[in-house]
Design a protein around this ligand. Sequence first.
Ligand SMILES: [Cu+2]
Length: 189
Amino acid sequence: MMNNMTNQTNTLYPTSKTSISRMAPMAALVLALVVALGLVVSNLVGIASAQAAEVKVGSLMIKDAWARGTPRSGGAFMTIHNMGAADELIDARADLAKKVQLHRTVSEGGIMKMKHVSGIPVPAKGMATLKPGSYHVMMMGLNKPMKPGQSFPLTLVFKQAGEVTIQVGIMKMGATGGHKMDHKKMKKN
Ligand SMILES: [Cu+2]
């Protein structure tokens, strides 16, 4: 039995054993230090940008929330990552708009139409992508225009995770994505 287990381990990890033994010990040490330092740095960066770019609630993490700068009505977009069980975005609120709805843009006979949906599914161990031409949060009847470079608070209501308020960065009218935006430069309304 013991022999069997040893054999199994050897057959499972033959390549990693070989590559480590071939590496000079000093090079291996340097590599380990570089990897460790990288982890520390990426953690620090993660904490620093968490307030602006990422918001966690329950097992969900909301990232890269952005909206198109527009004077009257506009969509808000983001990615919602789910580390846990299935959830659903069921409502949204923003002081910026008179009415906020969950929408989905669908193509019907070659014509793009926005439909009011009761919820946006966030699959278990998966993600929901709110983007132009797909699911989005629709702000209807703005109390003041969305100005590029600014941000506004948006409260999201999830069936399982509950409520969370995020900051949505406002992009230029023709923008197609929020990823290039420097979140640190955004002003709060
Ligand atoms: Cu819409």
